[in-house]
Design a binder for this molecule. Structure first.
Ligand code: FAD
Ligand code: UDP
Length: 374
């Protein structure tokens, strides 16, 4: 049998997009994945006629028209707009921080009133910095939105999410949260967002249509030593330290876990995402999956609903590696691994695990779209 041009390890968005474009460029690809299904972390499981985001809620968003047009050429996207609600001790607030939130927090009804209130709330924190930059997440939050919002919507949620004090976390984590003096609950600033109509598996199936795939195949147990007999080049989207047999040490990850249950009601919380921002609940948020794909009266067309409580957990061997931990130790170690990766001939290291970077979906696709020669 002729050799493949590419052996692609991992069928997540990097591997699947690569396989799609390489095949269109006339190359022969074999995609393997150690999981029993294709799709990596965007894979959905269907329960009660609802697509369940098995590895965490995924909302596609981008400013890049090329990426948006590309994914829409594979499957059409719906009009889902992420607008999470926060529940703090039973009271609800809109996110991201906008005029609705400020009204709910303080009763202010105009942008001028809200602005004055925020200025008053953050004055003490701004003064205490004495002109220097915020040194940690707590200082960043207090100087961005002030005391009430920090204490109600940020402090305890962040402690649950990261398992450490806001004083011990970098400021940049919170910088991406928008603060708006308009009534706009859209969580993202990007021009385009949505969910594939019919779910993410349609996107993956479309990308991999006509391409040879094998699931339940772990690269290390099967092809690590002989892949050059099978293919000319390797695309590797697994964890970078594992590829090198952890020879420089193990990289740390943060992980999340889910408790998923069926509720015997068509509409459990009225929104896809509700964040629980106090320590009263051990989970960070509850996802009600049907709201990603069913809107208005459609919600009632399926009599039951499926919800997932999301818990943030410290990573241990055998768990799913989700978020890279970008502290000093891990950044240095990842860079050392990247140097080793650069020396591997005919191997492309792509995606979130192999690059040890927190990428959203769109940038992963963008990277593959930028490849000129397959
Ligand atoms: P993955 O999807 O992780 O795919 C890697 C694949 O490689 C996996 O299928 C794995 O099984 C396989 N693999 C690994 N090792 C081996 C091996 N040894 N042999 C065979 N196969 C192997 N992005 C957004 O844009 N919006 C969001 O709302 C969003 N939410 C997120 C929520 C969570 C909880 C997380 C963790 C991420 C979220 N992301 C989101 C980011 C998004 O998941 C990633 O950008 C995307 O999944 C990256 O694709 P990938 O192909 O690099 O990795
Ligand atoms: N955050 C918060 N309260 C919220 C939502 C987010 O304090 O209700 C903070 C928290 O520190 C979190 C960061 O904002 O780590 C980024 O949150 P986002 O939901 O954007 O990131 P994700 O968890 O989806 O990666």
């Amino acid at each position: 049998m002729n050799k493949f041009d590419y052996l692609i390890v991992g069928s997540g968005l990097f591997g699947a997009t690569f396989a799609n474009l390489a095949t269109k460029a006339g190359k022969r690809c074999l995609v393997i994945d150690k999981r029993p299904h294709l799709g990596g972390n965007v894979y959905c499981e269907n329960i009660e006629g609802i697509n369940i985001h098995k590895y965490g809620a995924h909302i596609f968003h981008t400013n890049n028209k090329l990426v948006w047009d590309f994914v829409n050429s594979i499957v059409e996207f719906n009009r889902y707009t992420n607008s999470p609600v926060a529940n703090y001790k039973g009271k609800l607030y809109n996110l991201p921080f906008n005029m609705n939130t400020f009204y709910q927090m303080w009763g202010v009804t105009t942008p001028a009133e809200a602005k004055a209130k925020i200025e008053e709330q953050k004055a003490e924190a701004v003064a205490s910095l004495n002109g220097r930059e915020p040194a940690n997440l707590e200082e960043q939050a207090l100087t961005l939105v002030g005391k009430d919002i920090f204490e109600t919507l940020i402090k305890e949620y962040t402690e649950k999410q990261w398992g450490r004090s806001c004083k011990d976390l970098p400021a940049f984590i919170i910088k991406r949260l928008p603060v708006r003096l308009v009534f706009d609950n859209n969580y993202f600033n990007d021009k385009y967002q949505g969910i594939p109509i019919g779910g993410y598996n349609k996107l993956i199936d479309g990308l991999l249509a006509g391409i040879e795939t094998r699931t339940g195949v772990d690269f290390f147990a099967t092809h690590k030593n002989n892949w050059r007999d099978i293919a000319d080049k390797l695309v590797y989207t697994g964890a970078i330290d594992e590829y090198f047999d952890y020879k420089l040490g193990k990289l740390d990850w943060r992980t999340v876990s889910f408790k998923t249950r069926i509720e015997d009601t068509p509409n459990y919380q009225g929104n896809a995402v509700v964040n629980y921002t106090s320590h009263d609940q051990p989970y960070t948020r509850i996802i009600e999956h049907k709201h990603f794909e069913m809107f208005g009266a459609d919600v009632y067309s399926v009599p039951k609903t499926v919800v997932s409580e999301e818990y943030s957990t410290e990573y241990k061997d055998g768990m799913e590696p989700y978020y890279p931990v970008n502290n000093e130790r891990n950044n240095v170690l990842a860079e050392e691994y990247r140097k080793l990766a650069a020396q591997e001939s005919n191997v492309i290291f792509g995606g979130r695990l192999a690059q040890y970077k927190y990428y959203d979906m769109a940038p992963v696709i963008e990277q593959v779209l930028e490849i000129k020669n397959f």
